[in-house]
Unconditional design. Structure first.
Lengths: 514, 412
């Protein structure tokens, strides 16, 4: 809803699609720029930023939509935590959402709340809570204390106050009379018998005494979870998900509403557990991202990957590996230039070498690897080290190391690659062929690769070559992979200097020519 | 948007992100930063990846945003500069004063000789980002030349003749269609807390520990440069503190401290770590797992220590009330890190005066309607100037401000 509102004044044409019968957007129907599709199920999405073709089913009919950008923005979905507390729902054991509803409905609440005196909130046991939930617990308890003169208790482990205004709210509830009981190691014993009050027994850490509570009403907290459509979304749009199943990879490069697909954004509860204010912020960021793509200001002009038709055998390696879903399959395998981010993974892994990116071909890179003639003629062995460094991480760390005055090996040659996933067997062998005594692949930390899995592919490449080295009796220690971040200049110099020591011990490479 | 221009005050995470986003929309940006270095406090944060895996602290994103801003043709950056006056007559017209460029950015090659040779502690400052040119700066306050002209070693020895300590300050007038206030926060100064900060050598702030890890790749005791065997983190120093009327959680400290703790355990496994806290706050999408793991490696004590004494050997005796026995216990540590909170930026009041905006009861810039940032007649705000924010929240907040500015400029 908030996302749609942001577009009201932009003059952009907007399609809102939802599976629900109503969507709350009916008010927008008067705007010509808005097309609302209720009870619509998405089936597929093809194309790339600026030109997506979406297929959907509405009223048993197939419809086709052509859009420039896509925003996934569902409402939040919750599961109640009865099980975590060993409780069953009953008239006096309710969820946080139910309590909010009771408080919101004036006719209803008078009936229920006039009969009770004590309310217990249970939050953050078994599963850590979140500021979003803590806020609702505290707000509900405040209203019960102030407006209904009830005694409220909040039982929790870690009170989550890392949200705007929550510490103040916590103080306010305490002042209003809410009693907080915090647990560190132990948890309360909760007994529920039909037709009886809930009995909660616990040892209080502050007073070192045993207590028993028999509340008239117990409110259990909830966990905010990904919607049941997230699996579908991830499949239809080829989007990476996080550990919890939200449709956005847990990757700093996706801050704040981006996905691995250019032109596809995810805002609000579809991507994370967010406070209302942050959802609004997401809506604005999504609107901004779409506007940015529409204006095309951020588009880079560099040449993208190209598939050579004659050599391609349609093995689909590129299609499987492309983290940006930039490969399309029709009569030919093609690269969508708008979606391609030039990471080079496809080119490095194509078994037929049918995918090429200018400047990244092993022959182009080989040209960069030239040994200093002084080094060859030097009497003492000075290892020639080739380090393939990710442009976003290790190459930055190298520059910073130089700036900070770290000593780096004299024979270090850094070859910048757009992503370590672009490093192929050919690159490693080209380096050795060009007199390298040792080869390093310096990549991003796991979960920090802009291309999602580029660092994992690099690791696989290196492990494979190392294994081959072992088999043919070549020192596998001459090839090393390490992870680094752009701001790790100290670690960069430690890693390369240690590697130099290793190579000095091994002596010159037997593949060296001179 | 080609003919529009925005003045951004503050070159930290929020200011840098907003610059890039606005410039990408074709808006011209004038970015004014008070200190000599871009990136705010966050540019000094260490990468806290463990087990070759990113922990999503966001520190590396600061460098990336900084680089994008510096290299964007539509972003003009003035470091060492302050807004002295601002008027609105249709457009904004701002008077900027820029500290003298003692080090000529065109000539400096970042060789670092000035820092090596300088006899006065803290007079030559070193940056954190290679994209921040020049990488060094000279402090007016600490430099002996500005005290009594007794030293000009840096200028004399600079191989590039890049240093001239007699340069004058510059004044600029900037025209803009909107102003974005992104002046960030002030880290809490813990000197008045009973922890001996500034007196005991081995009591440091969390921020200093972040920088130490970044600079030396690990943790060493400031008194003797040796690896500490026992480290304590004390949380909520200057946050959640009713006595100070700091009724807010600073949001970033649990994540920073516990991530550092795990990193230290990985790199210096012999170091024991204790974490004193009130409530552990949730951070990161995999917090549930992270929290389980960290409890295995770190001693978690739910108490905030009362005070710290230094022993003869410069080790630190930390007193706290044990929750189980209710006795005051003592534990000795080699190093204590105070997780200092986020407090309002000292320049909020001058912004309030210059721009006719308001601060809230705690001294942060006011938020209107609970969520909409200040946007009175073309004045906007982003980042921790309105209250504590971590790096990812700040990036999001900057995007939100840019969208508001974009809409404002579209209808102006």
């Amino acid at each position: 809803m908030a996302v749609a509102e942001e577009f009201l004044t932009t003059g952009m044409e907007i399609v809102i699609a939802t599976r629900d019968k109503t969507c709350g957007f009916e008010g927008f129907a008067d705007f010509d720029a808005f097309q609302i599709l209720t009870e619509t199920r998405l089936i597929s999405c093809k194309g790339s930023v600026g030109n997506f073709i979406i297929q959907a089913i509405k009223n048993n009919k197939l419809i086709k939509l052509s859009v420039g950008g896509i925003i996934i923005a569902e409402e939040d979905q919750r599961t109640s935590n009865f099980l975590l507390y060993g409780l069953n729902a009953s008239s006096n054991v309710i969820t946080l959402s139910q309590m909010k509803k009771v408080l919101g409905d004036s006719s209803f609440n008078k009936n229920i709340l006039s009969k009770i005196k004590k309310v217990v909130f249970l939050t953050g046991f078994g599963k850590e809570s979140m500021p979003v939930i803590a806020k609702e617990v505290m707000l509900s308890s405040l209203v019960l204390q102030k407006d209904f003169n009830l005694q409220t208790y909040i039982l929790t482990k870690n009170l989550k106050v890392a949200g705007d205004g929550l510490e103040s709210l916590y103080r306010e509830t305490k002042k209003a009379g809410t009693i907080y009981i915090k647990f560190t190691d132990a948890v309360p014993d909760i007994h529920q018998k039909e037709g009886e009050h809930i009995r909660i027994e616990f040892f209080d850490e502050i007073t070192s005494k045993n207590f028993r509570l028999s509340p008239d009403m117990t409110v259990v907290d909830e966990t905010i979870v990904p919607s049941r459509y997230t699996t579908d979304f991830a499949k239809i749009f080829h989007i990476e998900r996080d550990v919890n199943g939200f449709v956005q990879a847990d990757n700093v490069h996706r801050y704040s509403v981006l996905t691995n697909r250019k032109g596809i954004m995810v805002a609000g509860p579809s991507r994370d557990i967010l406070a209302d204010d942050d959802q609004k912020v997401d809506a604005e960021n999504a609107a901004l991202a779409v506007t940015g793509h529409a204006s095309g200001e951020t588009e880079t002009k560099a040449e993208k990957a190209q598939v050579s038709e004659g050599e391609c055998i349609r093995c689909l390696t590129c299609y499987r590996l492309c983290p940006y879903h930039a490969i399309t399959l029709n009569t030919q395998v093609k690269v969508e230039p708008n979606a391609c981010e030039r990471c080079g993974i496809c080119a490095a892994h194509c078994p037929r070498k049918a995918v090429r990116i200018t400047d990244l071909e092993p022959c182009a890179i080989t040209d960069l690897i030239t040994i200093d003639t002084d080094m060859l003629s030097s009497k003492t062995f000075m290892p020639f080290i080739v380090a393939f460094c990710c442009r976003r991480s290790a190459a930055q760390a190298r520059d910073l190391a130089i700036c900070m005055g770290h000593r780096l090996p004299q024979g270090l040659k850094v070859v910048e690659v757009p992503c370590s996933g672009a490093v192929s067997y050919d690159h490693v062998f080209a380096a050795l062929d060009n007199n390298a005594d040792g080869v390093m692949v310096l990549t991003c930390h796991k979960g920090n690769c802009h291309s999602e899995y580029g660092n994992i592919y690099a690791e696989q490449t290196v492990e494979y070559v190392q294994e081959r080295f072992s088999r043919i009796g070549f020192e596998k220690e001459r090839l090393l992979i390490k992870t680094l971040a752009s701001n790790m200049e100290t670690e960069f110099s430690q890693i390369v200097n240690r590697f130099e020591e290793t190579i000095v011990k091994l002596g010159p490479s037997r593949l060296k020519k001179n | 948007m080609k003919d529009k221009s925005v003045l951004i005050i503050g070159g930290g995470v929020a200011g840098l992100c907003a610059s890039v986003e606005l410039a990408n929309l074709g808006v011209h940006v004038e970015l004014v930063e008070k200190t000599n270095f871009l990136g705010g406090h966050a540019i000094g944060y260490a990468c806290k990846a463990i087990n070759d895996t990113c922990v999503k602290c966001g520190a590396c994103m600061v460098e990336e945003k900084l680089q994008s801003a510096v290299n964007h043709p539509d972003v003009k950056i003035l470091t060492g500069s302050q807004v002295k006056s601002i008027f609105k007559n249709g457009r904004f017209s701002a008077g900027i004063r820029q500290q003298p460029w003692y080090i000529d950015p065109q000539k400096c090659t970042n060789c670092g000789l000035c820092l090596d040779r300088c006899p006065a502690d803290g007079a030559v400052l070193q940056g954190f980002s290679k994209n921040n040119i020049p990488f060094y700066a000279i402090s007016d306050e600490k430099c002996l030349y500005f005290k009594d002209k007794s030293c000009s070693i840096c200028g004399d020895e600079c191989p590039e003749k890049a240093i001239d300590l007699d340069r004058d300050a510059l004044e600029y007038s900037i025209k803009a269609d909107a102003v974005l206030v992104a002046i960030g926060f002030k880290p809490f100064n813990p000197k008045d807390k009973p922890y001996g900060y500034g007196v005991f050598k081995n009591v440091v702030t969390g921020l200093e520990l972040e920088r130490m890890i970044k600079r030396v790749g690990g943790v060493k005791k400031p008194n003797d440069n040796k690896i500490p065997t026992k480290i304590a983190f004390i949380q909520c120093v200057g946050s959640r503190d009713a006595k100070l009327n700091h009724l807010w959680c600073s949001k970033i400290c649990c994540g920073s401290a516990l991530r550092m703790a795990r990193l230290i355990k990985e790199r210096q496994p012999e170091t024991e770590i204790t974490f004193f806290y009130m409530d552990v706050q949730t951070f990161g999408k995999d917090f549930e797992q992270f929290y389980k793991d960290v409890q295995k490696e770190v001693q978690m004590i739910r108490a905030i220590p009362g005070d710290i004494y230094e022993m003869d050997d410069q080790r630190l005796k930390v007193n706290y009330v044990d929750n189980h026995s209710h006795n005051t216990l003592e534990e000795v540590f080699d190093l204590v890190a105070l997780s200092i909170g986020i407090t309002p930026c000292e320049d909020v009041q001058s912004m309030v005066g210059l721009l006719g905006i308001a601060s809230d009861k705690f001294g942060f810039l006011e938020t209107i309607n609970d969520r909409v940032s200040v946007s009175k007649n073309g004045v906007f705000s982003a980042g921790a100037v309105r209250g504590p924010k971590n790096i990812s929240d700040t990036i999001a907040d900057a995007g939100s401000a840019v969208w508001k500015i974009f809409k404002y400029l579209s209808f102006k």
